[in-house]
Design a protein. Structure first.
Length: 277
């Protein structure tokens, strides 16, 4: 029997990267999935967006594990879209037990005074307010089940300490830690646990792009992946430049499972020791 057998998980940002990895890992352990992703360009994002074909690939991989999935193109900046997606998913799959508030972006690096207003707004609207909307839409379904539940927010090491030139990202990721702690108190009486995962750099499209390479290697005119790796390894105590998406998914699986039944209000680093360096 799987570690989340028979449960239903709602995952945002599920078309690729960590979101797809979470969907597949939970499905491997017996969960059915409600998945959303915006699947279109966002002004503040300096890399290619996930596509509807990416979301279809997530569906294919989950169904290959003989699990059900309801996938919808939806934007976490739009409460009505999020609410409809989760309501439709619960109507089809019958329940909700796990929420992975994972959708997020990285932006163009800039000194705080040089961040364009629209890029600041997009970052906060997706990485902070989008997390709140996703959980807000989920709470009635979690409560209705009467079985408790588990909410896992994707934060970052940037939610635990500061980095230069990405104050919009750092602000949003700090913000979701405060949201997590508040929700852990508000939902505890319903046995709904709320935690956050704080990764270091994760090997996905969100970090493997030119904007991030330039952020980490401003000393080079055209830095590449190896240049980025040479700098990124300096962040971590363990001698690796990044972790894999499945490393975050394994932590999420633990927090979603009954193995973590009395863990709530925790910001869990999965960061190769970056937080202690």
């Amino acid at each position: 029997m799987g570690r989340v057998e028979g449960k239903v998980a709602f995952i945002t940002g599920a078309a690729r990267g960590q979101g797809r990895s979470h969907a597949v890992r939970l499905a491997q352990e017996g969960a059915d999935i409600i998945a959303i992703d915006v699947c279109e360009p966002i002004n503040a994002v300096p890399y290619d967006p996930a596509t509807e074909e990416d979301l279809a690939e997530t569906v294919r991989q989950v169904e290959a594990l003989d699990r059900r999935i309801v996938a919808t193109k939806a934007d976490v900046r739009d409460m009505a879209q999020v609410q409809k997606a989760i309501d439709d998913g619960v109507a089809q799959l019958g329940r909700l037990d796990i929420v992975s508030a994972n959708a997020g972006i990285s932006g163009r690096p800039n000194r705080s005074e040089d961040i364009p207003d629209d890029e600041w707004t997009d970052m906060l609207d997706i990485n902070l307010s989008g997390v709140w909307r996703s959980i807000r839409a989920s709470i009635p379904h979690l409560r209705a089940g009467g079985r408790g539940g588990s909410v896992i927010i994707t934060s970052s090491d940037a939610g635990l300490f500061a980095y230069e030139n990405i104050s919009h990202y750092v602000s949003a990721k700090h913000g979701v830690i405060g949201l997590m702690r508040t929700l852990a108190l508000e939902l505890a009486r319903d046995m709904i646990r709320v935690n956050a995962i704080c990764p270091t750099t994760v090997d996905t499209d969100m970090v493997q792009n030119d904007a991030i390479y330039r952020l980490f290697r401003p000393d080079l005119e055209n830095p590449g992946k190896q240049d980025f790796a040479d700098a990124a390894v300096q962040m971590n105590a363990l001698p690796i430049p990044w972790v894999e998406a499945v490393d975050i998914s394994n932590a999420l699986l633990f927090l979603a499972s009954d193995e973590a039944r009395y863990i709530t209000g925790v910001a869990l680093p999965v960061d190769a020791g970056a937080a202690v360096k």
